[in-house]
Design a protein around this ligand. Structure first.
Ligand SMILES: Cc1cc2nc3c(=O)[nH]c(=O)nc-3n(C[C@H](O)[C@H](O)[C@H](O)COP(=O)(O)OP(=O)(O)OC[C@H]3O[C@@H](n4cnc5c(N)ncnc54)[C@H](O)[C@@H]3O)c2cc1C
Length: 399
């Protein structure tokens, strides 16, 4: 395919090695993921593929056994995985962007030592449990609650739509103290008595990624598992969503790239009216639009990744935080919609064959729909972006 470079020219030797590992894992994964997708089964082999190639600690510092990858390289990696499908990319996002990275940014020394080496090898898979049945766009309205005990905390409540919750590992999760009304963040291990994860059935897309409803019934969480300080829960959640949204946006580049690749191949070989459909100008229009989406999304993701790198080096700078948060929100919004449109156009190029899940555009179309909902719906992001320009006094919600 033209204009698709897996390894950017400016990549260093270490970056090239990390991307090659991701690429190898993706190549090996593809036929297996295809099979699980068509059987509509959760692909439980995904963690092992990435573990085998040593990339589950992508962003974890080297001192904890990870690759210590920087933000732009992380985005390139997510782009590559996004080409394989939103299911595997969502697994990766939950484990890294909104899972283990939260421990990297917010964990204390003991928590990092206890959790990160296992996350890097895949012995422990991470997820992020924020959303509840009645608190999605407005997570600050969560009902999950905790009580303090002499040993730590007891959590009760319910979370919904949680990725990697049944994988056997740890969730970064959130609950309210009914006495102070403040929300705190916790690390809850999935083997904690009273923790229950039930797979949500009948999803529109992403059948290969497990998504769960999680119940906490008198779950005892040791004091050592409080993340940050009591009451910092929403600050931690919103900071995690910055990395998460960037990952979703980067994965969207992969969706567009794969749709363009599949469409070019099809447009060259499929003939109608005595010539390849790629010679029909309206088909060319679809291809041209897709190619522009690919490059414009990649440019936005690169700019956002560089801005986040600046912010990560100066995390007390509130102005920089606001700018980074806004740019990432714009990037995620643009990218997920570009990906959905690219999948839509790719299906059109495939005609009737585009309607088949055996062809990749149909899967990207179904799967990328989730990206317009999770980590900030289109509507929430539109308002967040507008407020970023209008000023906080216009804020209709916080998030
Ligand atoms: C496949 C999948 C995976 C997910 N994975 C995770 C995960 O791993 N962890 C996790 O914590 N969550 C996860 N989520 C949850 C996701 O983040 C929420 O679904 C999302 O934030 C929306 O919340 P909701 O579903 O409750 O919709 P609601 O908040 O009920 O929204 C319904 C509609 O109302 C609109 N709306 C709501 N408030 C406003 C407003 N103020 N202004 C304008 N419009 C508004 C929304 O945009 C939406 O269109 C996942 C969701 C899906 C579908």
């Amino acid at each position: 395919m033209t204009n698709y470079r897996l390894i950017p020219r400016q990549a260093t030797a270490a970056q090239t090695d990390a991307l090659r590992r991701i690429d190898l894992a993706c190549q090996e994964l593809r036929p297996i993921e295809d099979r699980y997708y068509l059987d509509r089964r959760i692909n439980s082999e995904v963690p092992a593929f990435f573990a085998k190639h040593g990339v589950l600690g992508f962003m974890i510092p080297q001192e904890y056994g990870g690759l210590g990858i920087d933000v732009p390289l992380y985005a390139w990696g997510m782009e590559r995985i996004g080409r394989e499908g939103t299911g595997p990319r969502t697994f990766f996002s939950c484990h890294i962007s909104i899972g283990s990275s939260v421990v990297v940014y917010w964990g204390n020394a003991e928590q990092k030592q206890r959790y990160l080496p296992d996350a890097a090898t895949g012995k422990r898979i991470f997820g992020f449990g924020l959303t509840e049945p009645d608190a999605g766009s407005n997570p600050a309205a969560m009902q999950s609650r905790f009580e303090k005990t002499s040993a730590g905390y007891v959590l009760n409540g319910q979370k919904k739509w949680i990725g990697n919750a049944a994988e056997g590992g740890t969730l970064v999760t959130f609950a309210r103290n009914p006495q102070t009304d403040k929300i705190s963040a916790f690390l809850i291990d999935t083997n904690t008595p009273g923790y229950q994860a039930d797979i949500i059935q009948h999803k529109l897309g992403m059948p290969t990624a497990g998504t769960c409803e999680v119940t906490y019934t008198n779950c005892e969480v040791p004091r050592a598992n409080l993340l940050g300080e009591e009451g910092q829960g929403m600050k931690i959640a919103y900071s995690a969503l910055m990395g998460g949204r960037l990952g979703v946006a980067a994965g969207s580049i992969g969706i567009i790239a794969d749709c363009l690749h599949e469409s070019l191949t099809y447009a060259r070989s499929r003939e109608q009216f005595g010539k390849p459909i790629g010679r029909h100008q309206l088909v060319q229009r679809h291809l041209g639009r897709m190619a522009v989406k690919l490059e414009s999304t990649r440019a936005m993701v690169t700019a956002a990744a560089l801005r986040k790198t600046e912010y990560d080096a100066d995390r007390t700078n509130q102005q920089l935080r606001t700018e980074t948060d806004l740019l990432i929100a714009q990037t995620k919004y643009f990218a997920v919609n570009a990906a959905q449109e690219a999948a839509h156009d790719a299906i059109q190029i495939f005609g009737g064959n585009g309607f088949l899940l055996t062809n990749r555009p149909a899967r990207h179309y179904a799967d990328s729909r989730a990206c317009q909902i999770y980590e900030g719906t289109n509507e929430i992001l539109e308002q967040k972006i507008a407020i970023g320009y209008l000023g906080q006094e216009f804020e209709a919600f916080s998030g």
